[in-house]
Ligand binder design. Structure first.
Ligand code: NAP
Length: 253
């Protein structure tokens, strides 16, 4: 039956990497559905403050918390600030991630560790902390993976490997945490127009043209194409879903 009630009223959501890009739009959508939101960022305080201003102007609740979520101590700080501000935590969106592409000869220890430390280790440690804070009602963890976990384009061996690891973590932790009513699902976006994508020069690239030509719906995505699915996976609408990878790619595989 359809209802017009907000889907996340009374819930508290942490969105990592929410000062811009996909995370910022997820934070805004969750706040619009009634969640109190913790907008995490690494360095762009201004970006995080813009997100907070927009949420509060629209009648929502949000605070910004700086934390490098590749670091355990900073993850702990993020969760304790969230608890201090809103008293509980129900939803974690593991969105913070970096993408650096390189042919094999350019792969270095630093290139590897930087991406694995944030995209995989940080995601696991943040999930561990979330599970510590969820109450007996359980919780929902949403991992932002990528279509690259399975398409694995040339020159993305390390990035694609981080996202394949995220998909494996999603399936494994869904099994482990299900008995505690903690759900874990991932969203695997195709190419989405964001600040990050512009910074690495992909917006105007041949790679973008090639992706669009292979995409049944004929365009790359916008963060607004992704955020409603994060709300769905956070809400009780998806109460019987866990361990899933939801491809939002305009049909690209
Ligand atoms: P983006 O525009 O580059 O934004 C990245 C966000 O993550 C920023 O808020 C940034 O904060 C934050 N961040 C970076 N390092 C962090 C750290 N160590 N700790 C905490 N926050 C950190 O990225 P995006 O394109 O929206 O991508 C978001 C996620 O979607 C990533 O996991 C990415 O792999 C995935 N994804 C993106 C695409 C795409 O085409 N855009 C496609 C598939 C999957 P600061 O601004 O403070 O640095």
């Amino acid at each position: 039956m359809r209802t017009t009630a907000k889907k996340l009223t009374g819930k508290v959501a942490i969105v990592t990497g929410a000062s811009k890009g996909i995370g910022a739009v997820i934070a805004k959508h969750m706040a619009a559905e009634g969640a109190a939101v913790i907008v995490n960022y690494a360095s762009s305080k201004e970006g995080a403050d813009r997100v907070i201003t927009e949420i509060t102007r629209n009648g929502g609740k949000a605070i910004a918390v700086q934390a490098n979520v590749a670091k355990q101590a900073e993850i702990k700080h993020l969760f304790s600030e969230a608890k201090k501000a809103f008293g509980r935590i129900d939803i974690l969106v593991n969105n913070a991630g970096i993408y650096e592409f390189s042919p094999l000869e350019g792969v270095t220890e630093e290139h590897f560790r930087k991406q694995f430390d944030l995209n995989v280790l940080g995601l696991i440690l943040a999930s561990k902390e979330a599970v510590r804070h969820f109450d007996c009602a359980g919780g929902s963890i949403i991992n932002i993976s990528s279509v690259a976990s399975t398409t694995a384009p040339a020159n993305t061996s390390v990035y694609s490997a981080t996202k394949a690891a995220v998909d494996a973590v999603t399936r494994s932790l869904a099994k482990e945490l299900g008995p505690r009513n903690i759900r874990m699902n991932s969203i695997n976006p195709g190419m989405v127009e964001t600040d990050g994508l512009r910074t690495v020069g992909l917006m105007e690239s041949d790679f973008r043209k090639e992706v669009e030509s292979r995409t049944p719906l004929g365009r790359i995505g916008q963060a607004e194409d992704i955020a409603p699915a994060a709300v769905f996976l956070a809400s009780s609408d998806s109460a019987w879903m866990t361990g899933e990878t939801l491809y939002i790619t305009g049909g690209l595989r």
